[in-house]
Structures are given as structure tokens and as C-alpha cells.
Design a protein around this ligand. Structure first.
Ligand code: MCA
Ligand code: AMP
Length: 492
């Protein structure tokens, strides 16, 4: 991201980040990230794409370390504090991370992994403050690995290059008219594209200010809304749903003050999952804003967006962003006619390089002529694309997180009492989908609370099933495959 970092010098004295109750300028970010890079290099000329993982709360240190890794020629691997040790270990080992930089608040969480032989665990405070020469990092080199769930069980590492990230940022900055006068509140997790690229990187590319607030807390978000200082907000539909619920509980005078403050925003965006039209309409009543809905994926950043200045059509994702080639194809790979459903396939500088260490999965993700297969089904209706569904029933979207039913099934099958299971996503107005698990067990079914506690040690909270049912058998087709659509009906 040398392009992003080089731009920082233009904005030297402007505020880049607000976190930990203070402001940090672009000059401070530049200096601290140079120090981090120098420390990581430790006398070497270039990290040569070594993977460096980090577990830091959203804020100045997170960004300084991310930039420091990039400036030293390393690959940034952000970890998530909501992950239990086995999930963190999976990412650290899968990427062969040479180091994990962590904040002291996460020491306890990581301690069970300190024995890992090939990784050095470094507290943030151990990073030194000297500055030295830094390498030139070409745009085509690997920059970041983010983990995403797919249809193959364990999550895969999505590798993006510096050039991919620049392309993803550049198109959004132009399409959504970012400027140095913007100030955005970042409440999203920083191990996914939405929080990292759309919010953080776009703000810093533009010389704007990115203010962090974590964990998500509707009351604190509304207090910041009412400050009159923010101009842009982005979130997943679940967050808008939660904010609406909170707003409805406010006394009338506070509602009025909040609505007045919201009207002064320049832009409010929703994405990562389908925005229910009812949420869009209610938020419009509250804020005066028609949420700008856009569509993206870890593998490609944002691909389609409703217009900034023109009609934002409820229930639709808009048109391809500049620089993004998009086509809809049927199962034979033929382009479909307008109005017909087809898989979204995408090409462009925004599209990722590879799945880390999985050449077969990478090859399978692209057509022979180089289009990335998203697995999402859409139709073009009067000039606007509309998402109709996904071609795999095993991908679940809950709270904006992408979750693999197969990954949860694999974990459930390791439970001593569970013989077989099937996991599905069930429609839910708040979460988009909630996870349901149907199990065949030996003897007495385990207590759902005890089962949840058992799962919590093995999976992040957002991947936990919220509904459990027990059956003597699972519905199957003639091939013996569990029929998930039928299974969903068992939860009715
Ligand atoms: C948490 N809870 C849930 C779920 N998650 N219940 C059902 N389904 C879930 N998925 C319950 C917990 O059990 C708990 O209940 C209560 O909600 C609070 O849990 P907590 O973890 O504290 O939740 P939260 O902090 O309120 O988080 C909700 C959230 C979060 C803020 C919506 O899920 C979030 O940040 N989502 C954003 C994910 C994101 O950024 N995705 C972008 C991926 P109890 O107290 O009873 O136990 S990138 C992407 O998708 C592409 C690129 C794109 O297009 O953007
Ligand atoms: P992730 O792998 O977490 O990056 O999630 C990407 C997936 O989120 C896409 O493949 C879509 O299925 C879904 N998604 C993102 N934005 C939208 C949207 N506006 N409407 C419907 N689905 C979306």
C-alpha cells in the first residue's frame, strides 16, 4: 500500500485517527509506522512477504502496525479478538506467521499459543522506536490475508496485493465522493474488508478522519451521531436494525435531536448482507437518508454500488463500480438476458490474487477465461442489479459475517455425543440469518446451553448455532446427501 502511505505526507498535520480518547495526525501515523517497520526488519532489507499477524484493538496502534508491516515488505494478517484460541491458531499456522504482535489486553487469549515453535509472540510495547531505511514494495506484491468461509469446510485465506487494495479503494473514493473534510465512525471488526477497506483505508486515502468506537454499543454510537462532527457512516444491516431498536426507545426530544443530527450526514452506506427494504424505509424516516446499498466480497472488495447522486433503489445493489467488469452467467457459462437470474462473475484489478496455499481452490474460483465466480445469483432489472440468492445453501450470512455450515458441522461431529448433524441458515429479521443445527445423538440429547459452552471454546461467538433440534434421522435425497431446504422446514 505504498500509494496509500505515500499520500499521508500530503495531509501531515490533519487528524488521521481518533481512538483511546485522543487524536493522531497523519505525521504521527507516518512516523510510528516507520518505526514499526524498522523494528520488524531488524536489520534486514525487506521482509519478503513474511506473514505478520496482529491482534490489536481498533485504533491508532492497529493502523500503525498494519502500515508498518506493509512498509517492511510483509503481509498483514489481522486476527480477531472474538476468536477462541483454536481459531487463532488455525490462522497463525495456516499463514506460517513469523510473528504475532498483540496488545496486553489479549495476552490471556493468546497465551495458550505461546508454545507454537515457528512464531514469535511480541507485545506491542516491545516494538522499538528507532527508524531506518525501508524497502520499495512493488504494487504487485502480496499485502494482506483475510480469512473467509467457503463451501470447503475450514476458512480460506484471501490474498490481496497492494495493487488490488489500491484499486478497491480508488473506485470507492471516487464513486462515493470522499474528501479530506470527511469524518467517519468505524464500529466494524477489523479483520474484514468492510471495516478495513471501505471505512479505514478509504478515509486515510482521502486525508479524512477515522474515529474508532468498539465494541459496538448503540448508545455510544448515537452519542457520536449527535456530536455533529461525523459526515459518513457505514454498517451492516444488523447494525441498522439494532440502531432502529435503540432509537425507538428514546424519549421524543432525544429522537428529534438525533434525527436532526443524522440529516447533516453526507452519506450512509449499508452492505455485507441484503438490506431489508423495511430497514431501509425505517432508517429513511429516522435519518432522512436513503441508505446507499452496495455489494462486495472479501475476494474483490466492492463490485456493485447504488449511485451516490442518482436514484438509490431499495432491494437492489446498483451498477458495477468503475474499473469492475461484471457479467451474469447461467450454469453453462452463457451470459443471461436482462431480467434472468445468473451467477455474478467479476474481473478487474480489484480481484484477489489467490487463496493462500490452496492452488486448487484458487483455480476452481475462476473460469478458464479469468472471471471470478462469486457464487451469488443476481438479475439485472431496469438498469439495477438485484441479488436473488447464492448457489450454495451451505453459505450462511449472519450479522454480516459469512459462515460455512460445513465448518460448524465438522466441529459438531467431534462432540462425543453427536453422531450426525446438519447445519442451516434460518431467516431472521435482525441477523439476516441465524444458525440452526439439527443433530442425531447417542443417548440423551446434550443440554443446548452446555453444547453452546462446548462450541464457544472451538468457534467464534458469531458462528454459534442459536437453534438446536434433535432428530432420529436427517432428510436425504436418493444420493444420500442431506437436503438442506427440507431440513430448514424442521425448524419451523
Ligand atoms: C451475536 N449474537 C448473535 C449473533 N452474534 N445472535 C444471533 N446471530 C448472530 N450472528 C448475540 C450474542 O449471543 C449475544 O447474545 C448478543 O448477540 C451480543 O453479542 P455480541 O457478539 O456482543 O454482538 P454485537 O457486538 O452486538 O455484534 C453484533 C454486530 C456484529 C455488531 C452486528 O455481528 C458485527 O460487527 N458484524 C459485522 C460483521 C462484518 O463487518 N462483516 C463484514 C464482512 P447474548 O448476550 O444473549 O449471548 S466483509 C463482507 O461481508 C464483504 C466484503 C462486504 O460486502 O462487506
Ligand atoms: P464475505 O465473504 O464476508 O466477504 O461476504 C461476501 C458475501 O456477502 C457476498 O458473496 C454476498 O453473498 C454477501 N453480500 C455482500 N453485500 C451484499 C448485499 N448488499 N446484498 C446481499 N448480499 C451481500
Amino acid at each position: 500500500m505504498s500509494e496509500l502511505i505515500a499520500r499521508a505526507s500530503r495531509f501531515a498535520d490533519r487528524t488521521a485517527i481518533v481512538s483511546d480518547d485522543r487524536s493522531y495526525t497523519y505525521a504521527e501515523l507516518d512516523r510510528r509506522s516507520r518505526q514499526v517497520a524498522t523494528d520488524l526488519l531488524d536489520g534486514r532489507a525487506d521482509l519478503g512477504e513474511a506473514r505478520v499477524a496482529f491482534l490489536l484493538p481498533p485504533g491508532f496502534a492497529y493502523v500503525a502496525v498494519q502500515w508498518g508491516i506493509w512498509r517492511a515488505g510483509g503481509v498483514a494478517v489481522p486476527l480477531c479478538e472474538k476468536h477462541p484460541p483454536p481459531s487463532l491458531q488455525y490462522v497463525i499456522e495456516d499463514t506460517d506467521a513469523v510473528a504475532v504482535i498483540y496488545a496486553s489486553t489479549f495476552r490471556k487469549l493468546l497465551e495458550p499459543l505461546f508454545y507454537l515453535p515457528d512464531t514469535s509472540f511480541r507485545p506491542l510495547r516491545s516494538l522499538r522506536t528507532m527508524e531506518g531505511a525501508l524497502p520499495t514494495v512493488e504494487a504487485g506484491r502480496r499485502a494482506m490475508i483475510l480469512y473467509t468461509s467457503g463451501t470447503t469446510g475450514r476458512p480460506k485465506g484471501v490474498v490481496t496485493t497492494h495493487a488490488n487494495l489500491s484499486a478497491q479503494i480508488r473506485t470507492l473514493v471516487a464513486a462515493w465522493q470522499w474528501s479530506a473534510d470527511d469524518r467517519i465512525l468505524n464500529i466494524l471488526p477489523l479483520h474484514h474488508v468492510h471495516g478495513i477497506v471501505n471505512v479505514l483505508c478509504c478515509a486515510l486515502w482521502s486525508g479524512a478522519c477515522c474515529e474508532f468506537l468498539a465494541p459496538f454499543d448503540a448508545q455510544r454510537v448515537f452519542a457520536r451521531f449527535r456530536s455533529g462532527e461525523l459526515t459518513v457512516f457505514m454498517a451492516v444491516p444488523t447494525i441498522y436494525y439494532k440502531l432502529i431498536g435503540y432509537y425507538r426507545e428514546l424519549p421524543a426530544a432525544e429522537q428529534e435531536a438525533t434525527s436532526a443530527a443524522l440529516r447533516d450526514f453526507r452519506l450512509m452506506v449499508s452492505g455485507s448482507a441484503a438490506l431489508p427494504v423495511s430497514t431501509l424505509e425505517t432508517w429513511r424516516e429516522i435519518s432522512g437518508h436513503t441508505l446507499l446499498e452496495r455489494y462486495g466480497m472479501t475476494e474483490m472488495g466492492m463490485a456493485v454500488s447504488n449511485p451516490y447522486a442518482d436514484e438509490r433503489r431499495p432491494g437492489h445493489i446498483g451498477q458495477p463500480l468503475p474499473g469492475v467488469d461484471l457479467r451474469l452467467v447461467d450454469e453453462e457459462g452463457e451470459t443471461v438476458a436482462d431480467g434472468q437470474p445468473g451467477e455474478i462473475q467479476v474481473r478487474g484489478d480489484n480481484v484477489f490474487l489467490e487463496y493462500w496455499d490452496r492452488p486448487d481452490a484458487t483455480a476452481a474460483a475462476f473460469t478458464e477465461d479469468g472471471w471470478f465466480r462469486t457464487g451469488d445469483i443476481a438479475a439485472l432489472e431496469e438498469g439495477y442489479y438485484r441479488i436473488l440468492g447464492r448457489n450454495s445453501v451451505d453459505i450462511i450470512k449472519s450479522g454480516g459475517y459469512k459462515i460455512s455450515a460445513l465448518e460448524i458441522e465438522e466441529v459438531l461431529r467431534t462432540h462425543p455425543a453427536i453422531r450426525e448433524c446438519g447445519v442451516v441458515g434460518l431467516p431472521d429479521p435482525e441477523w439476516g440469518e441465524v444458525i440452526g443445527a439439527c443433530m442425531i445423538v447417542e443417548g440423551t440429547p446434550p443440554d443446548p446451553d452446555a453444547l453452546t459452552d462446548w462450541l464457544r471454546e472451538r468457534l467464534p461467538g458469531y458462528k454459534l448455532p442459536r437453534r438446536f433440534i434433535f432428530r432420529d434421522e436427517l432428510p436425504r435425497n436418493v444420493m444420500g446427501k442431506v437436503t438442506k431446504q427440507e431440513l430448514k422446514e424442521h425448524f419451523a
